[in-house]
Ligand binder design. Structure first.
Ligand SMILES: Cc1cc2nc3c(=O)[nH]c(=O)nc-3n(C[C@H](O)[C@H](O)[C@H](O)COP(=O)(O)OP(=O)(O)OC[C@H]3O[C@@H](n4cnc5c(N)ncnc54)[C@H](O)[C@@H]3O)c2cc1C
Length: 411
């Protein structure tokens, strides 16, 4: 029996397991490990503070895995690469021939002084990158009657780098609808030099922040949260007072990656960005947010990369050259409030551009412009996620980015 072991039954691990079960014969066992049996639709965390019921984002991980895949509910504590074994919390060992790491990233609020260890944590300092956090934030928003809100990114990279921007737009819309927008001062605080990483998207999204009277505090490298004076403090001495701080804590790789000597400083596994094979070990592939590939950490990236990975894996096990090269394709909706959203489509080489998607001129989706249809696309993504992506069903969007419909701004 040949053994594939997958660490993590989130977006990437579940898709990979289901695809591989269809591609490998019965001489292969596929085992997936995760610490619990609750798969979360993480994009839903953004909506929970505003309208989505928390129960709606959860499904059993086991129920998302096809027949013929073994699910082991346990935490991973260490990878013993030399013996090709994974040690689980409690000491059980799982042997593998091929290992797929799909353990994602996690927010770690202990990395900023005064965040998780501060008196204001989950009181006036909130996050929405966990289910618990987004539920607590819902209550904080309901109780908020006016004052200064900071929407803040601690450091990059984070998963779904547009989510804090989306939160800023949605919270602005929320207080507008409540009729108290004039009592709420909103600032978007980022370590980047603008609203987003790349010039075209940064210009469009920065313009939208201005339109909504949301201030931008750029190049803000957070040093600490001063809980006594309710201020966010940067290394260069700037201090931003707040009544409500909605932060994205630093996102790091999992502890077992660091303990196994596989990760970089932030705990992400260095891989070949085109094949997703670990640089230090031919028997390991890394899918989803757990790797160090230089594109967004996003479910769409996990999806496109996994599609490219399957044929590479089938080649690797037969010792053939790997046929596919992942191009870093990411496709992200950005909620902009007012029942609208923008769409970003980019890869390693091409920054997000203006245009239409997926069909040139016809769209129907618009790139980098807020439209109602983009928003409906974002909402439809939830069902596409559960019904198409996780089970490994094909969707009519190429895993390679195309320039069709995109146009570069004039120099
Ligand atoms: C607020 C928010 C909004 C988002 N919106 C979007 C969006 O609109 N579009 C989009 O494309 N993406 C979005 N994302 C990002 C998307 O959810 C992630 O990029 C995607 O889930 C990554 O998949 P993954 O499999 O790498 O990691 P995950 O889905 O996080 O799965 C990792 C799994 O590994 C398990 N694991 C970790 N460590 C261990 C261990 N030691 N032992 C056992 N199991 C372990 C975890 O329990 C988890 O199930 C959003 C994320 C957030 C937080």
């Amino acid at each position: 029996m040949n053994r594939v072991l997958i660490l993590g039954a989130g977006t990437a691990g579940t898709m990979a397991a289901n695809h591989l079960r269809g591609a490998l014969d019965e001489s292969w066992s596929i085992t997936v490990v995760d610490r619990d049996d609750e798969h979360h639709y993480q994009p839903g965390y953004l909506f929970i503070p505003f309208w989505m019921k928390p129960e709606r984002v959860k499904k059993s991980r086991r129920s998302m895995l096809h027949a013929g895949i073994e699910f082991v509910e346990a935490g991973v504590s260490l990878i013993h690469r030399e013996r090709r074994e994974v040690e689980l919390i409690g000491g059980r060992l799982l042997a593998y021939d091929w290992l797929i790491i799909a353990s994602g990233t996690r927010p770690d609020p202990s990395l900023v002084e005064g965040m998780a260890d501060g008196a204001l944590w989950r009181d006036r300092v909130h996050e929405f990158y966990t289910l618990e956090g987004s539920v607590a934030l819902k209550k904080a928003l309901a109780d908020f009657t006016g004052g200064r809100i900071l929407v803040h990114i601690s450091e990059m990279p984070i998963k779904c780098p547009v989510a804090p921007l989306e939160f800023a737009f949605l919270v602005e819309d929320h207080f507008r609808k409540k009729g108290i927008r004039h009592k709420v001062d909103i600032t978007y605080v980022t370590p980047l030099d603008g609203a987003f990483t790349k010039p075209v998207a940064s210009k469009e999204l920065g313009g939208l922040l201005r339109d909504r009277s949301i201030r931008l505090a750029a190049d803000f490298a957070v040093e600490r949260i001063d809980n006594d004076s309710q201020r966010l403090v940067s290394y260069d001495g700037r201090e931003l007072p707040f009544d409500l701080l909605v932060t994205v804590p630093p996102n790091v790789g999992q502890q077992f990656i660091m303990d196994s000597g596989l990760g970089n400083d932030a705990g992400f596994v260095p891989v070949d960005k085109h094949t997703l094979r670990a640089l230090d070990d031919d028997r390991i592939f890394v899918l989803g947010d757990a790797s160090d590939i230089p594109t967004s950490k996003a479910g769409s990236v996990a999806h496109f990369a996994t599609e490219e990975f399957i044929d590479n894996f089938l080649a690797a096990i037969e010792d053939r050259p790997l046929p596919n090269a992942f191009d870093g394709h990411a496709n992200c909706f950005v909620e902009s409030g007012r029942g609208q959203a923008l769409l970003l489509d980019f890869n390693y080489e091409t920054e997000p551009l203006l245009g239409t998607f997926p069909v040139p001129y016809a769209g129907p989706l618009r790139l980098l412009k807020p439209t109602r249809l983009n928003h409906l696309g974002k909402l439809a993504f939830e069902q596409i996620y559960w019904q198409m992506l996780l089970p490994g069903r094909p969707i009519p969007i190429s895993s390679h980015m195309t320039m069709a419909g995109k146009h570069k701004p004039k120099e």
